[in-house]
Write a protein that binds this ligand. Structure first.
Ligand code: SAH
Length: 249
């Protein structure tokens, strides 16, 4: 059986409960990154698995290796943070599997040279994917329709101080015209059709990746390229995302 990753996630709490006398020349806080260092090895194993599953883009793999996914899940789920599984984040929503996050961002970056420009993410959730996107794009605009999750993402992301991530509370089906046009649009929630606003707000040469219900009633990943000859759409593999809903709550 594969061993579950374990690292001292409760380091700070434990330190508080049992004050450690620090030698004068070595303050107790001299290793504040102990947790980060330990989880980095577990993350590298996750990245190796992603590569073994066929993910290739080194920029995406590097971003996946850099973002501490365990900081985005409830403490009871921390030991599962680097497994290839989706996890509940509250209010009936889930953080996507690492494989799916990496796959979608790889699709967004296909053929792109260097960093992506402005990216719009629909469905901030806990903020994990926004953090990964911040490593591959110049600016990330991320919209969430549930106030509770919007606030949770803000709290989760504070630690990372990502100056290029802009969290917005609103209905992502309307996009975010103020940031348009976008080099890329990515949705973490699946609708019946692609909202017109997304197509309008996509830059010429830009790409949209979103789960959408297809003719057989199942969700699949949809990739849309906006070209000067119109939109080019491809339907890729089946996926299971939470539903795209209109309005805010
Ligand atoms: N990228 C997220 C995944 C969250 S799940 C993460 O890394 O955690 C998808 C999210 O989409 C949910 O939080 C859900 O509330 C949100 N969502 C659904 N419809 C939406 C809409 N119209 N506008 C904005 N967010 C929406």
């Amino acid at each position: 059986m594969a061993q579950r990753p374990g690292f001292p996630i409760k380091l700070n709490t434990q330190a508080k409960a049992q004050p450690v006398k620090a030698p004068a020349n070595k303050p107790a806080s001299s290793n504040p990154q102990g947790l980060g260092l330990d989880s980095s090895a577990v993350r590298q194993r996750m990245v190796q698995k992603l590569a073994a599953q066929g993910l290739k883009d080194p920029v995406v793999l590097q971003a996946m290796g850099a973002v501490e996914r365990h900081r985005f899940v409830e403490s009871a789920l921390v030991n599962q943070a680097y497994e290839d599984t989706s996890l509940p984040i509250g209010l009936g929503q889930t953080i996507s599997k690492p494989n799916v996050v990496a796959r979608m961002i790889e699709l967004l970056r296909e053929g792109a040279n260097g960093k992506l420009g402005r990216v719009l993410e629909i469905g901030t959730g806990c903020g994990y994917q926004a953090a990964v996107l911040s490593h591959v794009a110049s600016e990330v605009y991320s919209i969430e329709r549930l106030k509770g999750l919007h606030e949770k993402a803000r709290a989760n992301l504070r630690h990372f101080r990502l100056a290029n991530v802009h969290l917005l509370f609103g209905d992502g089906m309307l996009g975010y015209p103020k940031g348009a046009p976008y080099a890329a649009i990515i949705s973490a929630a699946g609708g019946e059709t692609l909202p017109q606003a997304w197509l309008d707000q996509l830059a010429l040469g830009g790409r949209l990746v979103a789960p959408t219900v297809t003719a057989n009633g199942q969700q699949a990943l949809m990739v849309v390229d906006k070209t000067d000859q119109g939109f080019k759409q491809s339907v890729l593999e089946a996926v299971h995302f939470v539903p795209l809903k209109s309005g805010i709550s």
